[in-house]
Design a protein around this ligand. Structure first.
Ligand SMILES: [Fe+2]
Ligand SMILES: [Fe+2]
Length: 293
């Protein structure tokens, strides 16, 4: 699987930043909280893999690393703009983004490179699980505002496309054995707690900042169902895949969902068509700005 860097732009109506999801603002803010994690988080991923780039001999894996870095860089660019829309909508997006940069910069300083790579492997497993769920279960995002849904679907497809890259680097550069297994699984336990605490914290802060919108009883019920519902909830649906990470012979492609990737070309065409039909996209706004300057 070779990750391909795709330079896409999305038409994100700013006035829908707080309620673009079909299930209302409270579920929207769950995704928005995740979006706030990407600029700092993806930079951390790229750097932790870059530390080991010279230790990789396999030419195919070297190329996959380049594709991985190219994709994450595009995701970050788009999520920075998305997060700016959240800030403009009155949410503390920049403050929460800065807070994560501080946390991860501290990690960069104190953690050995192998730990940093382990954190990336674990969080890439998280993005792969959440992305897989988004792609496999239409109820996750269907009926939402088109540009936002397209952006999340694009991100989910590319996370799937590169889901094994950091793990393959891990296997290639660290000495096999019990130490490597314990580091990977121990970091998974620590990462799981930290990741969900931060997501929960950010999610609550966004809901509080947007509290004037109201509808809290129904909104919270929808969030609970979305995250914990026994049939479709995020946590029940990813539990098995999360556990599989603890098998000594685990590999991200054990969960073989590559069939989903057939959707990429159609999505790219749909994004292009949407941009052509809506001349007020950020891309043309930026072109206009460049022309003026
Ligand atoms: Fe990404
Ligand atoms: Fe990723």
């Amino acid at each position: 699987m070779m990750p391909v860097r795709r330079d896409l732009r999305f038409n994100l109506p700013p006035e829908r930043a707080c309620d673009w999801h079909a299930q209302g603002s409270h579920v929207t803010h769950f995704f928005n909280a995740l979006s706030l994690l990407f600029p700092a988080g993806e930079r951390f991923f790229m750097d932790s893999v870059r530390h080991y780039r010279d230790d990789i001999d396999d030419p195919v894996l070297k190329k996959q690393v380049l594709g991985f870095i190219g994709q994450e860089a595009m995701h970050t660019r788009e999520h920075v703009e998305y997060n700016d829309l959240l800030q403009q909508a009155g949410l503390p997006a920049h403050k929460l983004d800065k807070r994560l940069w501080a946390i991860l910069n501290f990690g960069r300083k104190v953690l050995p490179h192998s730990y940093q790579l382990a954190v990336t492997v674990c969080l890439e497993h998280y993005t792969a699980m959440l992305a897989g769920l988004l792609l496999e279960d239409a109820t996750r995002i269907d009926g939402s505002v088109q540009g936002y849904a397209q952006m999340w679907t694009w991100h989910a497809l590319e996370e799937t496309e590169h889901k094994s890259v950091s793990y393959d680097v891990w296997n290639a550069v660290l000495k096999p054995g019990l130490g490597r297994y314990l580091l990977r699984t121990g970091v998974m336990l620590a990462t799981t707690i930290t990741f969900w605490l931060i997501v929960f914290d950010y999610h609550v802060r966004l809901i509080i900042a947007d509290r004037k919108r109201g509808g809290h009883v129904r909104g919270m019920w929808r969030v609970l169902k979305y995250l914990y519902g026994p049939r479709h909830g995020v946590f029940p649906r990813i539990a098995g895949e999360w556990l599989s990470f603890f098998r000594p012979g685990f590999h991200p492609w054990d969960h073989d969902n590559r069939a989903q990737l057939a959707r990429i070309d159609g999505l790219v065409a749909a994004v292009d068509a949407a941009n052509a039909a809506a001349p007020n996209t950020r891309r043309s706004a930026r072109r206009g700005m460049q022309a003026a300057a």
